[in-house]
Design a protein around this ligand. Structure first.
Ligand SMILES: Nc1nc2c(c(=O)[nH]1)N[C@H]1C(S)=C(S)[C@@H](COP(=O)(O)OP(=O)(O)OC[C@H]3O[C@@H](n4cnc5c(N)ncnc54)[C@H](O)[C@@H]3O)O[C@H]1N2
Ligand code: MOO
Length: 395
C-alpha cells in the first residue's frame, strides 16, 4: 500500500485529468456563474467623452460667468464655451467643449444669468474620457467567473453576448446499506442519507448540473451498475462512502469491474484520508470518504476545484487566508487537519467537537482552519491559514 499523497499533489493530479467543457456564446445577462472561454474586449470607451462627476456648473476660465444653457445626462450642450461662460450640468452629463472645470452646486450663487462661486471650480470633478476603460482593452480575461460586477462591465463595454464554457455535468452517488433515502422514515439501524444531497448542493453552488444517484447498497455489482449509469453523461462521477479498508468498502472493486483504473488512493489529511481517484477514457471518478464531514471537506478541497476546472476557471483551488485566532488552539496531530471553525467578530473559534461524523459544528462553521501536521499550540491573537467556506475563494 503506497503512502498517502500530499494534499496539493493529489489536487493537481485530479485537475490534470480533467478538461474544460465546450464553449458557446451566452447572453451577458444570463452568464452569471459561468466562466469565460474567451476574453471580453471593450467595444467602446467608457466614458466616451469627459463627463461631470457632480451636479453644478461647467465653467470656462475665471468667474464671474455668464450662464449659457444646460447639459443633462443624455442631452448634451452642443456649443463651445468661451472664457467666462458656464452652463448648468448634471452628474454624468457631457462636459461641453471649452469647459475646464466644474463648480459644485453647493458653492455656486446664481443671479439671473450671472454665476459666482464661494470656492473656485475644479477639474477634479471631471471624469475624463476613457477613465474606466478604452475601446479594444481587455476587460475580463478568459477563465474569469461572470457575476454581477462582470455582467455590468461587459455591458458597459458594449457587449450583449460573451463566450462561456457550458456548465459541467456531475453525477453524485452515495452508497451504504445503512442509508435511509427518506429522512422522515429512518429505522433505528439506519441513518438518514445526507452526503448525496450535501455534495449535490455544493456542486450546484459551484455551477454544475447534478444528477444524484442512490443511496446504493453495499454490493459491488450494484455500485458497478451505478458507476456505469453515472458515467453515461457525466465526465465527473463523485461517489461517497465505501472508500476505506473494511470488507464492505466496495468502491474500489466496483470501479475495477466497471473498467476504471485507480490513479491514487489516500491523502495525508484529516478528515478525508481514504479519498480515491480513478479514470476510464473521458470519465473521472472521485471517491470521497463516507463520514459526512470527510465528504464535505474533500468535496470542498477536491470536488469543487474539479468542477471549476471543468467549468473553465483560471484558478480552481481554494486559497487560504491568514485569519486571527480568538481562542488558543492545541498542538496539531500527526495528519494535516482541516478544523471546522466559526468566524466571530473577535476572530476564529475552532469547534470543540472535530469528529468527522459531527454535522452540528460543520453547519455552524464559516471557516476551515488549515492545521499542519504536528503543529505547535497556537495562542489567541495568532494568525492561522484558513479557508472561507461560503465565498468566492476559488476564482
Ligand atoms: N481500519 C480502518 N478503518 C477506517 C479507516 C482506516 O484507515 N482503517 N479510515 C477511517 C476514515 S479516516 C474514514 S473517513 C472512514 C471512511 O470510510 P468509508 O469511505 O468507507 O465510508 P463508510 O464506511 O461507507 O461510512 C463511514 C461513515 O459515514 C456514514 N455515511 C456514509 N455515507 C453516508 C451518507 N451518504 N449519508 C450519511 N452518512 C453516511 C456511514 O454510515 C458511516 O458511519 O473509514 C474509517 N475507518
Ligand atoms: O479521514 Mo477520515 O475522513 O478522518 O474521518
Amino acid at each position: 500500500m503506497s503512502a498517502p499523497l500530499k494534499l496539493e499533489e493529489a489536487q493537481v493530479r485530479l485537475l490534470d485529468l480533467l478538461s474544460p467543457t465546450p464553449a458557446s456564446p451566452c447572453p451577458v445577462d444570463q452568464s452569471a456563474r459561468l466562466f469565460l472561454a474567451e476574453p471580453v474586449i471593450a467595444r467602446r470607451t467608457q466614458p466616451p467623452t469627459d463627463l461631470s462627476a457632480m451636479d453644478g456648473y461647467a465653467t470656462s476660465g475665471d468667474g464671474p460667468w455668464l450662464l449659457k444653457g444646460e447639459s443633462r445626462a443624455g442631452a448634451p450642450y452642443d456649443m463651445v464655451l468661451g472664457k467666462g461662460d458656464a452652463i448648468r450640468i448634471s452628474t454624468g452629463a457631457q462636459m461641453p467643449l471649452g469647459a475646464d472645470a466644474v463648480l459644485v452646486q453647493e458653492e455656486a450663487q446664481v443671479d439671473g444669468t450671472r454665476l459666482t462661486a464661494t470656492e473656485p471650480p475644479t477639474a477634479r470633478f471631471i471624469r475624463r474620457a476613457g477613465l474606466d476603460f478604452k475601446a479594444s482593452h481587455t476587460l475580463l480575461e478568459a477563465g474569469t467567473r461572470m457575476g454581477a460586477a462582470q455582467t455590468a462591465l461587459a455591458r458597459a463595454g458594449g457587449l450583449a453576448e460573451v463566450v462561456t464554457h457550458d456548465a459541467p455535468r456531475v453525477a453524485v452517488i452515495e452508497c451504504g446499506d445503512e442509508l435511509a433515502r427518506d429522512p422522515t422514515a429512518c429505522e433505528p439501524h439506519q441513518t438518514p442519507a445526507v452526503n448525496g444531497a450535501m455534495l449535490a448542493a455544493m456542486a450546484r453552488e459551484a455551477g454544475a448540473q447534478v444528477r444524484q444517484i442512490g443511496p446504493v447498497a453495499d454490493d459491488a455489482e450494484e455500485i458497478t451498475r451505478a458507476i456505469l449509469a453515472a458515467s453515461e453523461d457525466a465526465a465527473l462521477v463523485v461517489i461517497s462512502g465505501g472508500a476505506s479498508v473494511g470488507p464492505h468498502d466496495l468502491v474500489k472493486p466496483a470501479l475495477e469491474a466497471a473498467g476504471f483504473t485507480l490513479d491514487f488512493w489516500r491523502i495525508a489529511i484529516k478528515p478525508g484520508k481514504p479519498l480515491l481517484v480513478a479514470r476510464r477514457a473521458g470519465t473521472v471518478v472521485l471517491g470521497l470518504p463516507g463520514n459526512p464531514v470527510s465528504s464535505f471537506v474533500t468535496g470542498f478541497l477536491f470536488m469543487v476545484p474539479a468542477l471549476l476546472r471543468m467549468a473553465g476557471a483560471k484558478d480552481c483551488l481554494p486559497r487560504a487566508i491568514p485569519m486571527l485566532l480568538a481562542r488558543d488552539l492545541p498542538p496539531g496531530g500527526g495528519r494535516r487537519e482541516f478544523l471546522r471553525a466559526r468566524w466571530t467578530p473577535d476572530g476564529l473559534v475552532a469547534a470543540e467537537l472535530q469528529d468527522s461524523s459531527a454535522l452540528t459544528p460543520l453547519a455552524q462553521a464559516q471557516v476551515l482552519i488549515d492545521r499542519p501536521a504536528r503543529a505547535e499550540a497556537s495562542e489567541a491573537g495568532a494568525f492561522v491559514p484558513a479557508f472561507l467556506l461560503e465565498t468566492r475563494t476559488y476564482a
